[in-house]
Design a protein. Structure first.
Length: 210
C-alpha cells in the first residue's frame, strides 16, 4: 500500500512539474509561416573559354533546423568562345524553373543540390572569314548542380542569412549553360541572401528542434 501511494505521489509531482515547466519550446509538426523565406542569388562562372552571369530569385521553407528547401527561377547569360572552332563564339540567354535543398551539418556550412530545367536561346557566331552564316536556335536541357557553401549570420531558429556557394553541373549535358565548349563543367559561384518572413522579435533560437 505504501508503495502504491508513493508511486501515485511521484506521478502527481511529475505531472505538476510538466504543467508548470513553460521554459521548454513546444514542438510543432504543422506548417509554421515563420519558417518561410525569400531572397535570391547572383551567379558568376568563369573559365578560360567562357563567362556566365545571372540572377535567381527564390522562395522556400525551412523543413528543420538543418535543412532548407525551395523553388527558384533562373535568368542567365553565358558567352563562350572556341566552342566548335577556333575563333567562333556562342551566346546563350537561359531561363527556367528549379528546385533546391541546402543541408547544414553546422550553422555556417552547407551542402547544396539544385535541379534546373532551362530553356536556352542560342546565337552562334562562326569564325571570321569562315564563310559560314550566323545561326540562332532554341533548345532546353536539365542540370543538376551539386556543391558546398558558407552561410553567415545564421543560427538555429533563424532562416535569415547571406551565403556563398560553388557548385558544378554533374549531368554535364552538351546543351548545358554550365559546361564549356569541350563539355567540361565549370564552377558556378553564387552569392545570395535569405530573408526570413513573418519572423518577429521573439527568441527564434527556440523555434526549431533537430
Amino acid at each position: 500500500m505504501k508503495g502504491t501511494l508513493l508511486a501515485l505521489c511521484v506521478l502527481v509531482a511529475l505531472h505538476a512539474g510538466a504543467q508548470s515547466d513553460t521554459s521548454q519550446p513546444v514542438k510543432k509538426s504543422h506548417f509554421q509561416k515563420d519558417r518561410l523565406f525569400t531572397g535570391g542569388s547572383a551567379t558568376a562562372g568563369f573559365s578560360s573559354y567562357s563567362t556566365g552571369l545571372g540572377i535567381s530569385p527564390q522562395f522556400g521553407y525551412s523543413l528543420t533546423s538543418w535543412m532548407d528547401a525551395g523553388i527558384t527561377f533562373n535568368l542567365n547569360y553565358t558567352s563562350q568562345r572556341d566552342y566548335y572552332d577556333i575563333g567562333d563564339k556562342i551566346h546563350q540567354t537561359v531561363y527556367g524553373p528549379g528546385a533546391f535543398v541546402r543541408m547544414f551539418p553546422v550553422n555556417f556550412l552547407f551542402a547544396t543540390a539544385q535541379y534546373e530545367y532551362n530553356f536556352i536561346h542560342e546565337k552562334y557566331d562562326p569564325p571570321a572569314g569562315s564563310g559560314l552564316a550566323n545561326t540562332v536556335q532554341n533548345t532546353s536541357t536539365g542540370s543538376l548542380l551539386l556543391g558546398l557553401g558558407y552561410a553567415g549570420g545564421r543560427y538555429p531558429g533563424s532562416n535569415t542569412y547571406y551565403f556563398l556557394s560553388v557548385s558544378w553541373d554533374v549531368l554535364g549535358h552538351a546543351n548545358s549553360p554550365y559546361v564549356d565548349g569541350y563539355d567540361h563543367p565549370f564552377p558556378i559561384i553564387r552569392a545570395g541572401y535569405n530573408i526570413g518572413l513573418f519572423q518577429g522579435g521573439y527568441d527564434r533560437r527556440a523555434r526549431y528542434e533537430r
